[in-house]
Design a binder for this molecule. Structure first.
Ligand code: ZN
Length: 191
C-alpha cells in the first residue's frame, strides 16, 4: 500500500529534524556549496537534506460516458469523492503508479490510456498527474481507503462533494474533451 493520498494544504511535510545519515539534530541554514536556499544541514556529518516536491499519480477511469469516483474512507476529506490517486512510490514510473493506485483504491479492471493532466500545486510542493483509463468491467473491489467506488455521468457527479480541487478541475476538463470527442493533454496550476 502506498502512503495515504493526503495531498492537501494540510499536508505540508514537517521539516526534517534529525539527520537521515547519522541521527544528529539538524540545523536549518544555507549550505556551504553556494546553494541559495536554506536546507536542513547536519552539523555532525555535514549531510544536506533536500526537500523536493511530491508527485501524486492517478487515473480517470471511464466506461462509455461515465467516470469512476471513489468515496474516501480516510482523512482528509473523509466521505468526499475523488479519482483514484496517491503518492508515487520510488522505483515506479508515473504510469505504473497511476495504475497501482487505481487497482488499490478501486479494485477496477482497466486498460491504461493516454496521459491527460499535469497540475502544479506549488504552494504545497506537489505535482498531480492523471492518465485516462478504459474500464473493462463495471464491477469494483475497493480497498480500505475507499468506502464506495461508483460510476457517474457528468450530470451525476457530486461536484460539491469532490475531495480535491485538482480532481474537480481535471474532471471538468475530461468531460469537456469527452463532449467534444477529442482528448488533449492539460497542464495547469492551482494555488
Ligand atoms: Zn549527520
Amino acid at each position: 500500500m502506498s502512503a495515504p493520498a493526503d495531498y492537501t494544504a494540510a499536508m505540508h511535510r514537517p521539516p526534517v529534524k534529525h539527520c537521515r545519515n547519522c541521527g544528529n539534530v539538524v540545523i536549518i541554514r544555507l549550505p556551504d556549496d553556494g546553494d541559495t536556499r536554506k536546507r536542513a544541514v547536519c552539523p555532525a556529518c555535514r549531510t544536506v537534506h533536500y526537500d523536493n516536491p511530491l508527485n501524486v499519480v492517478g487515473t480517470i477511469p471511464a466506461l462509455d460516458d461515465r467516470v469512476l469516483l471513489c468515496k474516501r474512507n480516510i482523512e482528509p476529506r473523509l466521505g468526499k469523492w475523488t479519482l483514484p490517486a496517491g503518492f508515487m512510490e520510488l522505483h515506479e514510473t508515473v504510469a505504473e503508479g497511476a495504475a497501482r493506485e487505481t487497482l488499490e483504491e478501486a479494485g477496477a479492471q482497466f486498460e491504461l490510456g493516454d496521459f491527460f493532466s499535469l497540475v502544479n500545486i506549488a504552494r504545497v510542493g506537489q505535482v498531480h498527474l492523471f492518465y485516462r483509463a478504459r474500464l473493462l468491467s463495471d464491477q469494483f473491489a475497493p480497498g480500505y481507503e475507499t468506502q464506495e467506488a461508483r460510476l457517474f455521468t457528468e450530470a451525476q457527479v457530486p461536484w460539491d462533494e469532490i475531495a480535491f480541487r485538482t480532481v474537480g478541475e481535471t474532471l471538468k476538463r475530461y468531460f469537456d474533451d469527452h463532449r467534444r470527442g477529442q482528448f488533449s493533454v492539460h497542464v495547469f496550476d492551482i494555488n
